[in-house]
Design a protein around this ligand. Structure first.
Ligand SMILES: NC(=O)c1ccc[n+]([C@@H]2O[C@H](COP(=O)([O-])OP(=O)(O)OC[C@H]3O[C@@H](n4cnc5c(N)ncnc54)[C@H](O)[C@@H]3O)[C@@H](O)[C@H]2O)c1
Length: 422
């Protein structure tokens, strides 16, 4: 592309503003020549706030709109970046893609597999490129973990565990995440199913139990010295315990309790034949840790420690030469001197990961290749969580293929209905 790529941002809430930070990072590091031509939000104050943030960070003020159609008739754009809440992804993405406008859509691609497939079909009909904004897998820790898992030094993978427990009684970021059509489990856990998919490929079958533990959620705001509390009723499940069965024998466990008050727990660990790999939470910059027990570790165990592991993990050593093999050029550009882990706050890491996913999408438009996380990868990430919810709903083990091919969608039926997807 000999001129700047002209981008339209649709949805200027929490994530829309973070994408503007990501665009700043793309330009600051010279990853791609992109211009934010316009911003759209149905709430005028949000569109205005985004235009201001963009002017401050990017040096030019994009035009602000409250309706997508007005933006499209007023601007020449090359692509759209969709950051509206998931229940609206179909309404926003389908007509754009159908009209041939390439889009990057925030995860989850849609709230149901049927919704995802409709977006995929629209992209096919319009001949447009579709990417899903999956930032977690771009954290260097996940690049390193995949490299070690595939490297074979620890043998075949047997089991992986992802635990996320916390949330308390709080409204989790926004009220829509507690509505049946917005569901926090699909919204959050598609990140983790994408990570499992990235490490190991897709599971064959899924079995799960899911429920709604807390029917009331509290939004707390500071009012001078006092805390104002307002209650909302939750409809969407906040607990899931899922087992993902892989064809070649490996098993992934995904445990989410987003209603737990008090002490929280987050852990991701992969157990392989000859040791384990512990992966830190995205955007913390902590190191990936490896534990590779020796015969002497086993011999020194006592009966009561036999079941508790043989050796504590220690940071996996990465040499500068290995780093060049593990991390792609963009990753090494935005995280300079990267070996294992990085030191920066959440927000700095967040905008770098967003920059990486955006730069990948822009390059695909320029070179006519497929994005790392395209519509299909985004669909599979949603389908694994959907399969877990279908399994809990039916009380049976569910084949992922049946969920992807829409042969099993009884749980999702009321969401499809409410979103007008059938
Ligand atoms: N990757 C991540 O780390 C991450 C983190 C947070 C959110 N997200 C994703 O980003 C998306 C947005 O989440 P959020 O937390 O920013 O939500 P939000 O509610 O803060 O913002 C959504 C915005 O979209 C606007 N909107 C809705 N429908 C619209 C339409 N038809 N036209 C124009 N504007 C419209 C709303 O007015 C709102 O301002 C979701 O898909 C969410 O899952 C991703």
């Amino acid at each position: 592309m000999s001129r700047s790529l002209r981008l339209l941002l649709v949805g200027c809430g929490l994530m829309g503003l973070r994408h503007i930070q990501g665009l700043h990072e793309v330009r600051r590091h010279g990853l791609f020549d992109v211009q934010l031509a316009g911003v759209v939000d149905k709430l005028p104050e949000r569109a205005g706030e985004a235009a201001e943030a963009a002017e401050r960070l990017l040096g030019e003020r994009p035009k602000a709109f409250n309706e997508l159609d007005t933006a499209l008739s007023s601007l020449q754009i090359d692509a759209a970046d969709i950051c509206t809440e998931p229940a609206s992804h179909n309404i926003v993405a389908e007509p754009l893609l159908e009209a041939g406008v390439s889009c990057i859509v925030e995860k989850p691609l849609s709230m149901t597999v049927r919704g995802c497939r409709r977006i995929l079909d629209a992209a096919g009909r319009g001949g447009a490129t579709l990417a899903v904004a999956e930032n977690y897998r771009r954290d260097p820790a996940n690049r390193l973990a995949k490299f070690v898992i595939e490297g074979g030094g620890l043998g075949r993978w047997l089991n992986a565990l992802q635990i996320v427990i916390g949330g308390g009684d709080a409204v989790l970021l926004t009220p829509w995440r507690h509505r049946a059509t917005g569901g926090i489990l699909i919204d959050l856990l598609c990140h983790y199913t994408d990570i499992f998919n990235y490490y190991f490929g897709s599971p064959r079958r899924v079995s799960a139990f899911s429920t709604l533990l807390r029917k009331l959620r509290i939004a707390r705001t500071l009012n001078g010295e006092s805390v104002r509390r307002s209650e909302i009723e939750a409809e969407a499940e906040d607990y899931l315990n899922a087992t993902l069965h892989h064809e070649e024998g490996g098993v992934c466990n995904l445990l989410a309790n987003l209603a737990a008050s008090g002490e929280g727990l987050w852990r991701r660990i992969v157990f392989l034949e000859n040791g384990s790999l512990e992966i830190p939470m995205e955007r913390t910059g902590q190191s990936v840790k490896i534990s590779k027990p020796l015969d002497s570790d086993y011999l020194s165990l006592k009966p009561h420690t036999l079941f508790l592991g043989q050796r504590p993990g220690e940071p996996y050593r990465v040499s500068p030469q290995a780093a060049a093999e593990i991390y792609d050029r963009d990753t090494r550009t935005v995280f300079p001197d990267l070996l294992n882990g990085y030191r920066m706050d959440f927000w700095e890491a967040d905008r770098k990961l967003i920059a990486l996913e955006l730069a990948d999408f822009f390059r695909c438009l320029e070179n006519g290749v497929s994005p790392e996380t395209g519509g299909w990868e985004g669909t599979v990430a949603v389908a694994i969580v959907a399969a877990a919810l279908e399994s809990s709903f039916s009380g049976r083990i569910v084949e992922l293929e049946d969920v992807l091919e829409l042969r099993v969608e009884a749980y999702q039926a009321r969401i499809n209905q409410a979103l007008g997807l059938i």
